[in-house]
Design a protein. Structure first.
Length: 646
C-alpha cells in the first residue's frame, strides 16, 4: 500500500504535491511567481526556504519529493551514457576481431634535437668569441641520432660550418685546430651518447660549440666579433644570431631627467629619455624582443654562466660576489628563470640592467638598481599574474607550475630581507593564508570589497549597510558575475558575500598559497602584515615623511621644499609611486630621502635623483609652484629614467 502511495506521489506535479501537504494557494502562487521548481529547491538555503514553506515537516517532505522526482532523470542520463560507452566498446571489439592484427605502437623517435654554435679564437681579445650568423656562424638547431657521440657531433659541425672543408670567412679547415665544446664552453671529453648526456645533465636542449684556433702558419685573420671585457660574456639578445656590438661610449646627455646610481661618486650624472638615442645610433639592431629570444648572463667574479629558455648550465663554485644581468622590459621573465635555475643569494647579488639598445645601464648596484628591478618585477606581476583592483589576488596560469610560483616566493623573500620590499597590492588575507594565520570574516569581506571593481563595491557595500535601498537588478548582476548559489536577501546577504569572498580570494588561490607557504615560512614570524601594509603604503602622510632636508636651509630652499610637499599632497597614488621610484628605485614608502638644492636654470634645470644614496637634488630656480608641478609631471609621467654615471 505504501509503495502504491509513493508511486502516486511521483506522478504528481510539484504544485499538486504542495496542495496535498496543505499549503495555501497564496503560498503556492508566491513560489510560482519566484520561479521556484524542483531543481531550485534542491540548492535553496534553509533560511530562504523557510520564507516560502514555514513548517519544518512540509519542507522536509517537499525536499524528499523533489529529490525522488529528479532521480529518474539523472538515472536516465547515466543509463544513456552507459549504452553509448557499451556500443563504442562493441564497435572497437568487432574491429579488432575482424583484423586479428594488433596495430603496432608508435615508434620512439631515433633522433634528439641539439643546438650547434661556432666559436673562434680572437687574437685581439685573446679569448674564444661567438661567430655571428652573417660571418658564417650563428646558432643552428639540428636533429642527430640518439646514439651519436662527441666525435659524430664534431664531424657534423665541421660539415655545417665548413661545407666542403672551407668557410667563406675563415678559409680552409686545414688552417685551424678544431675541437668541440659543451654548453659550459668546456672541451667535450666524454664518451657518452647524446641520449646519455641528456639524462645526465637534465637540460632542455643540449648546446655544443665548434671551436677553431688558427694554426701558427696559414689561415685568414679571424674577424673581430666581440669587444667584451675580460670578465664579461657578450650579451646575446637573440638566440639564433648575434647582435652587432655597439660602442661602449655612453649616450649623449639630455636634460629630460637625471637619475644616478653610484658608489661614492660625487660627480653628476646625465640621465635622459633614451628613445631618441636608440633611433639615431642603433637602427641596425634586430628588433626581436620576445622573452624566448633573450639570453641572460649570470656571472661571478671568476665564473660566467648563461641562462637561456632552452638550456641550463650546471652552476658550480659560485663566489660570494654574484652578478645577474637582466634586460630592461624582460626583467619579470628573466628573474624568474634565473631564480628557478640558480641558488641566488640576494644579499650579495649584484644586478646589471641592459637597455633595449643592447648597452648596459651605467650604474653600480649598491641598492638602487635592485630596488628598481623589484619595482618593475612586481608591477609586471600585478599585470600578468593577478586579478583585482585596489587589492589583487594571484591567479592560476597554465604556464606557471610549482617551480615558477616557488621562484616568485623566493624573489619576494629576497627583496624583503635585503630592501624591506613587500608587494602590498596583493590582498593581505592571501599572505595570512601563506603564514598560516587565522583569517576572520570581517577582514575577508573588507579585502574582497577592495578586490572587486568600484561599481560592484558600491553595490555590495549598500547591500550590507541598507539592503532596502540597494538596486536589486545591480545586486543580482553582481551575484551572477560571481556565480552565487543563493538568492540575495536582507537575512543572508552577509553570509552570501562571505562565501563569495572565500571562493574568489582563498579557494581560487589555494594552489599558489601552497607553493608560497614553504618559502615564506622563513619571514613569517618577522612580518606583522597589518603594520607592514600601513607603513609601506604610498599615502600622502607616508610619502611626505620620507623626505627630509637640512635644518638650516635658506628661504629659497624652504620655498622649493614647500613646493615639493604641496606637489605630493595634490598628486594621486600613481604619481606618488612614480616619485618614490624616481628617487629610490622603490615605489614603496620604505626609504628616507634627503633633499638637497642645486643651482641650475634654463635647459639644464632638472631634478637629479641618486637612487643608491636616496638623495634628491632640486633646482632652486623655480619661480612658482605651477612651474615646479609642470616639470615634475612631465618627468614622472614619462616613466623613462636611465641610470647613468660619468
Amino acid at each position: 500500500m505504501g509503495e502504491e502511495n509513493c508511486l502516486e506521489q511521483m506522478n504528481l506535479s510539484l504544485e499538486e504535491f504542495l496542495k496535498t501537504r496543505g499549503l495555501s494557494n497564496d503560498e503556492i502562487e508566491n513560489m510560482k511567481l519566484e520561479n521556484i521548481d524542483e531543481a531550485t529547491i534542491q540548492v535553496m538555503d534553509e533560511e530562504v526556504f523557510k520564507k516560502y514553506i514555514p513548517r519544518l515537516g512540509d519542507r522536509i517532505a517537499v525536499k524528499n519529493f523533489c529529490q525522488k522526482k529528479l532521480l529518474p532523470k539523472k538515472n536516465g542520463l547515466i543509463e544513456k551514457l552507459r549504452q553509448k560507452m557499451a556500443a563504442r566498446n562493441a564497435r572497437s571489439d568487432n574491429k579488432g576481431a575482424s583484423s586479428h592484427v594488433l596495430e603496432p605502437k608508435k615508434h620512439r623517435k631515433t633522433t634528439r634535437a641539439i643546438e650547434l654554435g661556432f666559436m673562434a679564437f680572437n687574437d685581439t681579445t685573446k679569448q674564444l668569441t661567438q661567430v655571428r650568423l652573417n660571418k658564417g656562424g650563428g646558432t643552428r638547431k639540428v636533429d642527430v641520432d640518439r646514439t651519436s657521440k662527441n666525435t659524430d657531433i664534431l664531424e657534423f659541425a665541421k660539415k655545417l660550418f665548413f661545407p666542403n672543408n672551407i668557410s667563406k670567412t675563415f678559409g680552409p679547415i686545414e688552417n685551424f685546430t678544431i675541437s668541440l665544446l659543451d654548453f659550459c664552453k668546456s672541451p667535450v671529453d666524454t664518451d657518452l651518447t647524446v641520449e646519455e648526456m641528456y639524462n645526465e645533465t637534465k637540460v632542455n636542449k643540449l648546446r655544443f660549440y665548434l671551436s677553431v684556433v688558427k694554426c701558427k702558419e696559414g689561415g685568414n685573420d679571424l674577424p673581430l666579433v666581440d669587444d667584451s671585457s675580460e670578465n664579461e660574456m657578450v650579451f646575446d639578445l637573440c638566440d639564433d644570431f648575434e647582435n652587432d656590438i655597439v660602442s661602449n661610449q655612453p649616450p649623449q646627455p639630455s636634460t629630460v631627467a637625471y637619475r644616478e646610481d653610484d658608489i661614492n661618486q660625487p660627480s653628476t650624472s646625465n640621465i635622459s629619455g633614451y628613445l631618441a638615442s636608440f633611433i639615431e645610433e642603433d637602427l641596425d639592431l634586430p628588433l626581436h624582443n620576445s622573452p624566448d629570444n633573450f639570453l641572460n648572463t649570470f656571472s661571478a667574479t671568476d665564473n660566467i654562466f648563461e641562462v637561456t629558455q632552452t638550456s641550463t648550465a650546471i652552476v658550480e663554485n659560485i663566489l660570494s660576489s654574484e652578478k645577474l644581468v637582466l634586460h630592461r622590459g624582460q626583467i619579470f621573465q628573466e628573474l624568474i628563470e634565473a631564480t628557478k635555475n640558480y641558488d641566488l643569494h640576494f644579499n650579495s647579488l649584484q644586478i646589471e640592467v641592459i637597455l633595449p639598445n643592447g648597452r648596459p645601464e651605467l650604474a653600480e648596484d649598491v641598492g638602487g638598481v635592485f630596488r628598481d628591478v623589484l619595482s618593475e618585477f612586481w608591477t609586471t606581476f600585478y599585470e600578468n599574474c593577478t586579478e583585482g583592483t585596489d587589492y589583487k589576488v594571484p591567479i592560476i596560469r597554465h604556464d606557471f607550475g610549482i617551480k615558477e610560483w616557488e621562484a616568485v616566493a623566493k624573489i619576494l623573500v629576497g627583496g624583503y630581507r635585503k630592501e624591506k620590499y613587500f608587494p602590498i597590492r596583493i590582498a593581505p588575507v592571501f599572505f595570512k593564508q601563506c603564514f598560516k594565520e587565522i583569517v576572520n570574516k570581517v577582514e575577508l569581506v573588507d579585502n574582497f570589497l577592495n578586490y572587486v571593481s568600484e561599481s560592484d563595491k558600491n553595490v555590495l557595500s549598500n547591500a550590507l549597510n541598507d539592503f532596502q535601498s540597494v538596486d536589486l537588478d545591480d545586486l543580482y548582476s553582481v551575484c551572477t558575475l560571481f556565480k552565487a548559489k543563493w538568492v540575495p536577501s536582507k537575512e543572508n546577504i552577509r553570509s552570501l558575500i562571505e562565501q563569495i569572498a572565500e571562493q574568489e580570494i582563498l579557494q581560487r588561490s589555494a594552489f599558489i598559497v601552497q607553493c608560497f607557504t614553504q618559502e615564506l615560512f622563513s619571514i613569517a614570524r618577522s612580518v606583522n602584515l597589518d603594520e607592514l601594509y600601513k607603513s609601506l603604503s604610498p599615502s600622502v602622510k607616508n610619502v611626505i615623511s620620507c623626505f627630509e632636508k637640512k635644518v638650516n636651509s635658506s628661504d629659497v630652499e624652504n620655498q622649493m621644499f614647500a613646493f615639493l610637499l604641496k606637489y605630493i599632497k595634490e598628486s594621486d597614488e600613481k604619481t606618488r609611486c612614480a616619485l618614490l621610484r624616481f628617487c629610490t628605485g622603490s615605489n614603496l614608502a620604505n626609504q628616507k630621502i634627503n633633499v638637497d638644492f642645486i643651482e641650475s636654470d634654463g635647459f639644464a634645470r632638472v631634478p637629479i635623483a641618486h637612487t643608491c644614496n636616496k638623495l634628491l637634488q632640486l633646482p632652486k630656480s623655480y619661480k612658482s609652484f605651477v612651474e615646479f608641478r609642470s616639470e615634475f609631471n612631465a618627468l614622472l609621467i614619462s616613466g623613462v629614467w636611465v641610470m647613468d654615471i660619468i
